[in-house]
Ligand binder design. Structure first.
Ligand code: BEZ
Length: 335
């Protein structure tokens, strides 16, 4: 009887511990560390953009998976400066994590150019699957030499073309347009090949530039078109989906390497959960975003991908030979 009571107590205690953990909503992984961390994470988008929501998800996941040992403070909307400033801070270790555009990263680590191969993916889901491939991981690995651990990719929809006054129906209509393109060589080159004059403006300067007529249009994603209110100052949106738009989730390499194996696993799993959350949520919003922009008075339409074929070929021929990883990426994803 006494023996039964003892086992009964053990079972009851185990059940209570499990119940308390479940009530707290925590999915605590087995960890080999009791260390606590206060991390900083920086990115450039406004708080209603998907990347900020993904940052919130990452924060929640880290907190839950570490049993509250890993706290993240998020600095959104360029609070810590430009992406160049943020990457410098991450590399130096004064900021731990960043969600930085692959477009900016392509100017520091050329293999990231591969992600801007026009029309490489049929849709966001296939781009998301590409995250898991060897070549995508090797591209992240090129950040090692900058003191940065590339963790994963987060997608924020595909790129579209937004025009202030002109309804562009074919690539040739782009000729002479002053077109905002994020400051990244492969994107600039793509638009030059279409005959546009790319203007290299960072996100925070775009609204005023299009409003005052300094630019005639912009390369953007639907989410950022809404969150930055570009629909107030533009009339046409061609949903070309011509390129994917990943952020590179990254961490200071020294900080990552000092973590226990269990804590590294928590970080890898938390970022994966945030990346999956971002792509699933974003894919489901495509039609809603088009409707929001239509309802705000913009004309939203499509342009046939076939019209871009010569420019796709030009891109591959120019960039494939510049880097073995870019060529491997093209060989892997071009059908
Ligand atoms: C852009 O520069 O176009 C951009 C940057 C981050 C998120 C969305 C768009």
């Amino acid at each position: 009887m006494q023996k039964l009571n003892k086992w009964g107590m053990i079972l009851l205690t185990t059940a209570l511990v499990l119940a308390v953990a479940a009530c707290g909503g925590r999915t605590v992984s087995n960890s080999d560390s009791s260390e606590t961390y206060h991390f900083k994470l920086a990115h450039i988008t406004p708080t209603d953009h998907m990347w900020h929501k993904a940052a919130e998800k990452f924060k929640e996941e880290l907190n839950a998976r570490s049993g509250g040992r890993m706290i993240v403070e998020i600095y959104p909307a360029s609070q810590l400066g430009t992406e160049a400033d943020m990457v410098q801070q991450i590399s130096a270790g004064s900021v731990d994590f960043g969600f930085i555009t692959a477009a900016y990263m392509s100017s520091r680590a050329p293999a990231f150019t591969a992600w801007f191969a026009p029309y490489a993916f049929e849709n966001l889901e296939s781009a998301n699957k590409a995250r898991e491939t060897e070549v995508a991981k090797k591209i992240l690995g090129t950040l090692d030499e900058q003191g940065i651990k590339g963790l994963d990719y987060l997608f924020a929809g595909n790129r579209v073309m937004i025009f202030k006054d002109k309804e562009v129906m074919k690539p040739e209509d782009m000729k002479g347009l002053r077109f905002r393109v994020t400051p990244s060589p492969p994107l600039q080159d793509f638009y030059k090949s279409l005959g546009a004059s790319p203007e290299s403006l960072p996100l925070p300067e775009v609204y005023a530039a299009v409003q005052t007529g300094v630019i005639d249009g912009m390369d953007m994603d639907l989410d950022a078109t809404i969150t930055n209110k570009y629909h107030e100052v533009t009339k046409y949106g061609a949903v070309t989906n011509h390129m994917v738009w990943p952020a590179v989730a990254m961490m200071n390499k020294g900080t990552f390497e000092k973590l226990s194996n269990g804590d590294k696993k928590i970080i890898n799993e938390a970022i994966k959960a945030a990346a999956e959350y971002a792509v699933t949520t974003r894919s489901a919003q495509e039609e809603e975003f088009k409707k929001t922009l239509n309802d705000s008075g913009m004309k939203i339409y499509e342009i046939d991908q076939k019209l871009f074929e010569p420019y796709i070929k030009q891109f591959d021929e120019k960039y494939g030979p510049t880097d073995p990883l870019i060529q491997e990426f093209l060989d892997t994803f071009r059908k």
